[in-house]
Write a protein that binds this ligand. Structure first.
Ligand code: TRP
Length: 471
């Protein structure tokens, strides 16, 4: 084991860090709204099935490749398939880390900015119509908030595996869980919350169609941080004594649970202000978090006073900031580990340099919401849809590159590395795994996954860029 690379202090440390990577904006504004729009409990069921049947084997493949090689994604593919072009799949992942972080940190900056401005007494202003549009169009403000968020991310990654990433995950993850539960309990006591709960959970199987299954799988993939080697990287710091199958399983359960819990907070909260919400009128994405929820908190101030309502709102935006921070850490760690391993540059210098380059790229996304005409009307797709720079980068690297990476990764495991090697690596630290039913299942799924994931990839590309819907 290469001591200079670092290692998690324990199995629990890895679990928290990997869960931190998985739990992010995707859980908080992706899953709840998707569930609400697409059949409630029926959707939750489909999502859980896909998570455990399709995604869990991919989680295990990434962790196993990482631990087997103790390398960053490029180094890992080079070691397992020397003298081949497979290392390019790792390169795709490193590029993904750069580009995804460059816009993810801008959104994280909005969340953090809302936290600061609510603390400063600005909830009433933030709840006004059009304020979010003003907020994102302000280049200086966003440069500062994004910059601060990036600075925190860099600072933690510079600290290393045990004393940086793991230590902060140990602090932030329990805090996040506590804050989430506290807010859920509070929201449940409010008027009309029960209607939201019913809306969130009553199953409607007629809404489960092929496109819904398709987007559920993309969502699960993204939520588990799959497809760009984040788990290869985190897995590379796992001890050879540890049982990775139970770690991987706990991370997967943790991720789905937080997504589900986020829905128990957000959907009932929406109903306290708008009890007649339907799956057609419910807002998704940034509009929900930054436009609608401040209004919900402002509405509460009629009953509990402005001060307490602001306190709750600040608490909420801090919670999302924590979720986003453990994710940005993992996004920065992937390219950083590459620079440390392959370019032999010390971690501190590597993390700072990579962080600064990403911050420079993120300026494009900061200016993409009204500040600059060029970045705001950046590109028009063949389908005729016009996109700003931030959305364009999200489409290319989130929606497209992640499934492509997942496809190549599972194809690699099935047809090049071979599943008996995968199974051998998983059984290190886990007696009785080889030949077990679980082993057979994971090995089998790794052959099926490339086809399923390729199907999703094709559908996404055709729909996003060409507006062609096959199914
Ligand atoms: N999973 C995180 C979320 O739900 C985002 C994320 C962090 C991610 N690291 C990743 C996604 C690596 C894909 C790959 O918000």
């Amino acid at each position: 084991m290469n001591q200079a690379r670092g290692e998690w202090s324990s199995r629990f440390g890895f679990i928290l860090a990997a869960a931190g990577s998985a739990i992010g904006l995707g859980n908080i504004w992706g899953f709840p709204i998707m569930t609400a729009k697409n059949g409630g409990a029926a959707f939750v069921l489909v999502y859980l099935l896909l998570t455990f049947i399709v995604c869990f084997p991919v989680v295990m493949t990434e962790i196993a490749i990482g631990r087997r090689t103790a390398k960053n994604p490029v180094g890992a593919f080079k070691e397992l398939a020397p003298n081949s072009q497979w290392f390019l799949v790792g390169g795709l992942g490193i590029t993904g880390g750069f580009m995804i972080l460059s816009f993810y940190v801008v959104i994280a900056g909005w969340v953090f900015g809302y936290f600061i401005e609510v603390l400063a007494g600005g909830l009433d202003r933030l709840a006004m119509d059009g304020e979010f549009t003003n907020f994102v169009a302000n280049p200086w403000k966003n440069l500062i908030y994004t910059g601060l968020f990036m600075l925190a991310t860099i600072g933690i990654v510079v600290g290393g595996i045990k004393d940086g990433i793991e230590r902060w995950a140990r602090l932030l993850m329990p805090a996040l869980l506590f804050m989430l539960l506290a807010l859920i309990i509070y929201v449940m006591t409010l008027e009309n919350a029960g209607r939201g709960l019913a809306f969130y959970l009553i199953p409607n199987f007629s809404k489960i169609t092929i496109p819904v299954i398709n987007s559920a799988l993309s969502q699960a993939f993204f939520s588990l941080s799959l497809g760009m080697g984040a788990l290869i990287t985190y897995g590379s710091y796992v001890s050879r004594k540890d049982d990775i199958i139970s770690s991987g399983f706990i991370v997967t359960v943790f991720d789905s649970s937080i997504a589900f819990l986020a829905g128990l907070l957000i959907i009932p909260a929406i109903f306290t202000l708008a009890p007649d919400t339907t799956s057609e009128t419910i807002q998704a994405g940034p509009g929900l978090i930054f436009v609608f929820l401040p209004k919900v908190f402002m509405n509460l101030s009629n009953d509990v006073g402005y001060f307490f309502a602001s306190f709750l709102a600040a608490f909420f935006f801090l919670l999302i900031s924590f979720a986003a921070l453990t994710s940005t850490i993992s996004l920065l760690e992937v390219p950083t580990s590459y620079v440390v391993d392959e370019r032999k540059i010390v971690r501190k210098k590597a993390a700072i340099t990579v962080g600064i380059v990403i911050f420079i790229i993120s300026i494009g996304s900061i200016l993409a919401n009204g500040a600059s005409e060029f970045f705001t009307n950046f590109i028009t797709y063949p389908s005729g849809v016009q996109k700003d720079f931030l959305s364009f980068i999200a489409d290319v690297f989130f929606e497209m590159l992640l499934p492509l990476g997942g496809f190549l990764l599972t194809a690699f495991a099935a047809f090049r590395w071979k599943t008996h090697n995968l199974s051998k690596e998983i059984s290190v630290g886990r007696e009785g795994y080889s030949g077990s039913l679980l082993d057979k299942w994971i090995s089998f799924m790794i052959y099926i996954c490339p086809f399923i994931i390729f199907f999703i990839f094709m559908n996404t590309v055709l729909e996003k860029f060409f507006n062609i819907v096959l199914f």
